[in-house]
Design a protein around this ligand. Structure first.
Ligand SMILES: Nc1ncnc2c1ncn2[C@@H]1O[C@H](COP(=O)(O)OP(=O)(O)OP(=O)(O)O)[C@@H](O)[C@H]1O
Ligand SMILES: [Mg+2]
Length: 317
């Protein structure tokens, strides 16, 4: 337990008769990036708020330890160890970026000189020196997000929570944010992030947990999660409706998409399986216009695990 930055078992939270978190276990090793993945309303923000002491879990919850401190008995020590960048910006638009930073320094009881030093250093690190004297309301989304994280780092937290740090950012800003997050971890910080972007979890996270229906539907490395889903297939697309119909009749086990004139055949994408599909096409004299190999990715995992109708086990079949 000692090298876990965050450990929670049986995390529960309900609002009235709506259960949001229904017994969630989390274990985040120190110095790693952990991604909590889930669709809208899954309870990601609720989990972040509980782990960062902003709201209380239900009394029936199990123990929660953050930064070595028991959240129930020593929330103040937890607060001292963490930084939180919420889903919605904490930036005050009416004052400048620099003033926002100095305000955070005050909140952390830094001396005036120390506050100015830390603010200047972070503004520099997050490429905000030029904008520092302008009202934050004039910043772009990416700049606001960078300022938000810079503000979180004023207190030099060892564990930081980032609730959807890249939602709404363009691809370049998103990559900048990924670099920032990687650099934090290189400095030994533990990052707990939530995201709806599978690509982001794949890029960044050492471990990923998929939250669905109040429970962790799956947990593991990106590769482990991908291996759980037999989503691999070969897709054959036709432009000639006759060729499509002939192929669909002959390939009974394929999934047919009549609108797209496409057939989908479950396959691991191996050379042997591809060869047998090509041999079969040749032998039956059918000409496919396009053949694509689809290896399962985190999108498949996400859809399989978070489809509202299917239980995870059913979706995995
Ligand atoms: N204070 C509250 N009172 C009542 N219900 C709430 C409250 N806060 C959250 N909820 C409900 O809890 C559920 C989970 O909300 P939460 O904000 O944790 O989801 P999320 O995974 O962060 O979603 P998103 O991806 O949209 O940010 C939602 O159904 C939400 O309506
Ligand atoms: Mg949220």
């Amino acid at each position: 337990m000692t090298d876990l930055a965050i450990a929670a078992s049986g995390l529960r939270k309900s609002y009235g008769d709506k259960t949001v978190l229904d017994g969630v276990d989390l274990a985040v090793p120190a110095g790693s990036i952990f991604a909590l993945l889930g669709p809208n309303g899954a309870g990601k923000t609720t989990a972040v708020k509980i782990l960062s002491t902003l709201i209380a879990p239900d009394p029936a919850s199990g123990p929660i330890v953050v930064g070595g401190h028991d959240l129930a008995t020593d929330p103040q020590a937890v607060r001292g160890a963490i930084g939180v960048t919420g889903q919605f910006s904490a930036v005050d638009g009416l004052i400048t970026g620099e003033e926002n930073m100095l305000l955070m320094a005050d909140l952390h009881h830094l001396s005036k000189a120390e506050g100015r030093r830390v603010a200047a250093e972070l503004l520099e690190r997050f490429d905000l020196v030029e904008a520092a004297k302008k009202p934050a309301s004039t910043y772009s989304g990416g700049m606001k997000r960078r300022l938000d994280i810079a503000m979180t780092l004023v207190g030099d937290p060892r564990i930081i929570f980032l609730d959807e740090p890249t939602t709404g950012l363009d691809p370049r800003s998103r990559h900048t944010m990924w670099q920032i997050i990687r650099r934090l971890v290189a400095d030994g910080v533990t990052v707990f992030l939530t995201t709806q972007y599978l690509e982001e979890a794949d890029e960044l996270a050492d471990r990923i947990a998929v939250l669905n229906d109040g429970k962790i539907a799956a947990e593991g490395t990106a590769d482990e999660l991908k291996r759980m889903i037999p989503g691999g297939h070969v897709r054959l697309r036709f432009t000639d409706p006759d060729a499509y119909r002939t192929a669909a009749l002959a390939l009974g086990e394929a999934t047919a998409d009549d609108d797209a004139l496409a057939l989908q055949i479950a396959s691991d994408g191996s050379q042997r399986e591809l060869r047998s599909i090509l041999d079969w096409l040749d032998a039956s004299g059918v000409q496919a216009d396009e053949l694509t190999v689809h290896t399962p990715d985190l999108d498949d995992v996400f859809f399989a695990l978070t489809s509202s109708s299917a239980k995870p086990q059913e979706a995995l079949r």
